[in-house]
Design a protein around this ligand. Structure first.
Ligand SMILES: [Zn+2]
Length: 375
């Protein structure tokens, strides 16, 4: 969207921003939702103009009332726009009229008005493939649909069983239905615009997953498959990702009383799954060995919906960060993974840097140039 800073344009302070005088002519533009702020020293005339920014009067008229300089205020508006503190009235009206206005308001704390709708369009049109549609996969799909994603490929050969109900989106009425069908039905109830490719197949090996993903042509992959093991499915997806340049999120596991928050991999930019294995093999910390047991084949262990929810929520956030493809909102799980401890409510992280032995990044380190490309 083209943004006009001309004197005839109408501007207002964004809803999440408070303008707080802190003395000596300095004003704090505090974004309460992100706790970020920016300070400007303003003349009393310019300060009066800022207080008058309600979107109803144009800049020129407000300046005239307060005897302020038009070029000076235009310059300030550009700086405040870049920091997501102000927005044009036309953009506010477009946000308020949009179906996903809450999501747009949220993203507007990171994207200036000029970039906001383009960022949301990138998100909306991102093709998502979810491999494994159990508890984490089902919650991730639902959260993505709530966030405005519309294009899904769901890959899973299982049917809903009664034992799934304690931690997934599935209901009693879904028992016996293919999981991909039950999720597709839930997504269509969230949005009529959602398109879902249902792939009712089990994933057995690297070739199988490559064939399925080649057909789906996703922009982002979410690995929620824990059979035969998260270790193996991550290895297979990593192989496809590195060859095709497609980023993915490992949604992790949730058995035991620890939720594993997997890493996010952007080929050529961040550490890949093989890099993480090199580092994990070197670490001999006892608690980490405990985490690695999560990757063994299925055992009949306890599970709890909140732990599934934490893993899927963080995976969804990562998918959103990948989808907007911008330096303004970068993935938080590049080169690390996390672990949520149910007993203490603590979230801890392990750094998993790119490894030169792996060769997946140019020199085993991130570079600014590569990071700019994102996906
Ligand atoms: Zn690697």
């Amino acid at each position: 969207m083209q943004i006009e800073f001309s004197p005839g344009s109408h501007w207002l302070i964004r809803p999440s921003v408070s303008v707080i005088p802190v003395g000596d002519g300095v004003f704090d533009f505090f974004q309460s939702s992100t706790r970020r702020s920016v300070r400007f020293r303003l003349s009393s005339e310019i300060a009066s103009v800022i207080r008058g920014l309600d979107g109803r009067q144009c800049l020129e008229d407000i300046c005239e009332v307060h005897n302020a300089s038009v070029p000076q205020i235009s310059h300030l508006m550009e700086a405040l726009h870049e920091r997501c503190a102000v927005e044009p009235r036309a953009v506010r009206d477009a946000i308020d009229a949009a179906e996903h206005y809450r999501v747009l308001n949220f993203l507007g704390d990171y994207f200036p008005a000029a970039e906001l709708f383009a960022a949301f369009e990138r998100l909306r049109s991102t093709r998502i493939a979810i491999v494994g549609c159990g508890a984490v996969g089902s919650w991730t799909a639902v959260q993505l649909a709530h966030s405005g994603f519309e294009n899904f490929t769901l890959i899973d050969g299982d049917h809903v069983e009664e034992s799934n109900l304690n931690r997934s989106i599935f209901l009693h009425e879904d028992i016996g239905a293919p999981k991909v069908e039950a999720i597709a039905s839930a997504l269509h109830r969230i949005s009529h615009r959602v398109q879902v490719r249902r792939v009712r197949e089990h994933v057995h090996d690297a070739n199988g997953i490559r064939a399925l993903l080649s057909e789906a042509r996703p922009d982002v992959i979410v690995n929620c498959a824990d059979e035969p093991s998260v270790d193996l499915t991550s290895e297979w997806i990593n192989d496809y990702s590195q060859h095709q340049g497609v980023p993915y999120v490992i949604a992790g596991g949730y058995n035991l009383h620890l939720s594993l928050i997997g890493m996010t991999v952007s080929p050529g930019v961040s550490a890949c799954f093989n890099c993480s294995r090199i580092t994990l093999d070197e670490l001999e910390d006892k608690s980490l060995q405990g985490v690695r047991r999560l990757w063994r084949p299925k055992r009949n262990l306890g599970s709890l919906a909140p732990l599934t929810g934490i893993t899927s929520s963080l995976a969804t956030s990562e998918v959103l960060r990948l989808a907007v493809r911008s330096e303004r909102l970068r993935p938080a799980m590049w080169n690390r993974r996390g672990e949520f401890n149910f007993l203490t409510n603590e979230l801890s992280f392990v750094n998993l840097p790119p490894r030169s032995e792996c060769g997946c990044t140019s020199d085993g380190k991130e570079t600014d140039k590569e990071q700019r490309s994102l996906i």
